[in-house]
Design a protein around this ligand. Structure first.
Ligand SMILES: O=C/C=C/C(C(=O)O)=C(/O)C(=O)O
Ligand SMILES: [Fe+2]
Length: 284
């Protein structure tokens, strides 16, 4: 069993690094940690970085998850190879680029690029962004799947994820007490559908709605409230069509043994209890 502790970072390719950087700082509300070697490293919490934009294919998305130590990393590599997922062991230079001690890369059954990392760097400096979006940290990703049931089995049987809730066949899965770290979305493609940052209060969600709307940033869902995690949310589009989400008030699953996944119907009210509907281009 591969024990994921938390999501660590996302890496997104872009052909326009300057544009991505100005969106991340001026609209999203991240702090630049470093710009180097055709990449921009951005912070959202006490980690050294949680988002990296690099000069490359905008379809090239990677999500990194932290595992406990190098022994667990080796065990994970052996498990993945045995199950037919070829594993790439990060070179020292690739580890430097990710600010981790060690990592392996592989593809999930849909073909999503996944990395497992050991000892991702923290920063002694407080996260401080020039735009005050109220961000408290990077929290989860929405990941495309070409087969939700197959990929649920991968994340829950090969890895330690647990299903918190399902909407139709779509699982929201946790790897720690937070309601979900991985939300699958059915599609005919691989990739990250959305990147979630938590914000401090509902006021931050509404303030950002006005801020982004006034500046013509496409709002693609919300403001609304998810019946599943209870979070108040706002989704909007960033560079290369990537969707970003702010949310606040995501449930923690405290009764780990006693929690049974709830089944929600695949209908609009399961996605938002305030009646907001996703825009046609919510999914790319
Ligand atoms: O539409 C379902 C979305 C659920 C949630 C949630 O419960 O918070 C998400 O954050 C999500 O998958 O984006
Ligand atoms: Fe989300």
């Amino acid at each position: 069993m591969i024990e994921l502790k938390d999501v660590s970072y996302v890496r997104l390719g872009t052909r326009d690094l300057d544009d991505a950087l100005s969106f991340a700082t001026g609209y999203l509300g991240l702090e630049v940690a470093e710009t180097a070697r055709n990449a921009a490293y951005l912070r959202s919490d006490d980690r050294a970085h949680t988002l990296c934009y690099f000069d490359g294919d905008p379809e090239d998305h990677t999500v990194g998850f932290e595992v406990e130590d190098e022994e667990n990393l080796q065990l994970a590599a052996a498990t993945l190879e045995r199950l037919g997922h070829p594993v790439h062991a990060g070179t020292p230079e690739e580890c430097d680029l990710r600010k981790v001690k060690a990592f392996i890369g592989f593809r999930d059954p849909t073909g999503n690029h996944i990395e497992l990392v050991v000892r991702p760097e923290r920063s002694g400096k407080r996260y401080f962004a020039t735009r005050d979006a109220g961000i408290t940290g990077f929290s989860h990703i929405g990941l495309y799947t070409t087969d939700p049931s197959r990929d649920e089995r991968f994340w829950t049987e090969v890895c330690n994820a647990k299903v918190s809730d399902r909407i139709g066949d779509i699982p929201l899965m946790r790897v720690n007490e937070i309601h979900h770290t991985i939300a699958l979305l059915a599609s005919d493609r691989a990739g990250i559908q959305h990147v979630n940052h938590q914000v401090q209060t509902s006021d931050d969600v509404m303030r950002s709605y006005n801020f982004l709307h006034e500046r013509n940033v496409p709002i693609v869902f919300g403001p609304g409230r998810h019946p599943t995690s209870g979070a108040r949310f706002l989704y909007f589009k960033g560079p290369d069509g990537m969707v970003f989400e702010y949310s606040v008030g995501v449930d923690a699953i405290e009764d780990e043994e006693g929690h049974n996944p709830r089944q929600f119907g695949f209908e609009p009210s399961s996605f938002c209890k305030w009646g907001s509907k996703p825009a046609a281009d919510f999914r790319r």
